[in-house]
Design a protein around this ligand. Structure first.
Ligand code: PAF
Length: 352
């Protein structure tokens, strides 16, 4: 039975050999590239025509749920395929930062990625609706939307950007950190130099708040914080913890929760299209399990992360004037009204 299931038929063998020819042949065991650089050679599946090795990249550390869930997925996939499908997981932007990773998916130079959605919007603009500040009331609201019709339609439709949407995962609610002052209202952010993600809506949001946002890849953010190029940044508590932002001059975290940063497990369509159906099914099923596991780990780690930040001298400010932040975001909704699918936006806002 297993032999039949994994005994690849002639068409599979042909597609793999075509792929290997197109990619210059079996690069599956190449060393990871230095941080911030896209791999020079294709990371397309490789092997002897019966087995596959995929490279999966992300920007976070090995103790972050992005990594843990992908490693667990790799283990299950290897076991279930009896060693014929392997996934190598590269943390710390070794295969590139999130924008580069996403581009790599569209080109077929990166196989698989877990990433926050903000940089993906640059390749699939419909996703921009998720970048709107204060869109989701709660984690449950986000889950209902992403696990419901809206989220599932997006996972299918992102194929139009040459990317296969496998599953939703989570980066978390984003909070502002800085090294100089307690932030409770937008007025406290006036003139503050903040690193933001490379995303037009995030940029406009922080401009509307009176800050001086500087979009850059996460690979550049730590140096920018350490060298004082920026005073602060915004990310979930788990990122602040796993990257020890208290060692990068960050003494304050304000629980602004201004954006729910969803994450996605994505696959390269150019690579996917050459895979046998049973490999696609296995990857699709196990990515869903990984997305679920990742979210569960995120929930578990959140409180723990806030405690670690406190233990390392950071002040966590909870009494943020969220209404003032929401009010300041109205011009952002107006500015992007023409670019955001309003039906989609209403569907999200009306999901209870
Ligand atoms: O700020 C970012 O770029 C993202 O939140 C990060 C840290 C890479 C995680 O997805």
């Amino acid at each position: 039975m297993m032999r039949k299931k994994w005994g690849f038929v002639l068409s599979s063998l042909m597609s793999v050999s075509l792929l290997l020819t197109a990619c210059g042949g079996g690069g599956g065991q190449q060393a990871a590239q230095p941080a911030g650089q896209a791999p020079a050679e294709s990371a397309a599946p490789s092997g002897d025509g019966q087995s596959f090795v995929f490279k999966a990249g992300h920007s976070l550390t090995e103790d972050h749920p992005y990594h843990v869930s992908l490693k667990d997925m790799a283990k299950r996939v290897e076991e279930k395929s009896q060693g014929k499908v392997k996934i190598e997981v590269y943390p710390l932007s070794q295969l590139g930062a999130e924008r580069e990773l996403t581009e790599g998916l569209t080109l077929g130079t990166v196989d698989m990625v877990i990433t926050s959605t903000a940089p993906v919007t640059n390749f699939y603009p419909k996703l921009g609706v998720l970048d709107l500040p204060f869109l989701f009331e709660s984690r449950d609201h986000a889950y209902k939307v992403l696990d419901g019709k809206v989220g599932q339609d997006i996972l299918k439709d992102i194929e139009s950007a040459n990317i296969i949407g496998l599953a939703w995962a989570e980066n978390g609610f984003r909070h502002v950190t800085n090294g100089s002052k307690v932030v409770k209202t937008p007025a406290d952010l006036q003139g503050m130099k903040l690193r933001t993600q490379e995303n037009q809506i995030h940029l406009a949001a922080f401009e509307a708040l009176g800050a001086k946002p500087t979009p850059m890849a996460w690979t550049e953010a730590l140096t920018a914080l350490q060298q004082g190029v920026v005073d602060g940044q915004e990310n979930p508590a788990i990122v602040a913890n796993t990257y020890k932002l208290y060692d990068s001059k960050q003494t304050q975290m304000s629980l602004t929760g201004h954006v729910y940063s969803a994450a996605m497990i994505l696959f390269s369509k150019p690579v996917w299209d050459k895979l046998p159906a049973d490999v696609q099914t296995l990857l699709a099923e196990e990515a869903k399990v990984a997305g679920k596991e990742e979210r569960e780990l995120m929930i578990k780690m959140e409180e723990e992360s806030l405690q670690v930040l406190k233990d390392n001298g950071m002040t966590i400010t909870e009494d943020v004037d969220k209404q003032a932040f929401r009010d300041a975001m109205k011009p952002v909704y107006e500015k992007f009204a023409g670019q955001i699918d309003q039906d989609l936006l209403n569907e999200i806002l009306n999901t209870k």
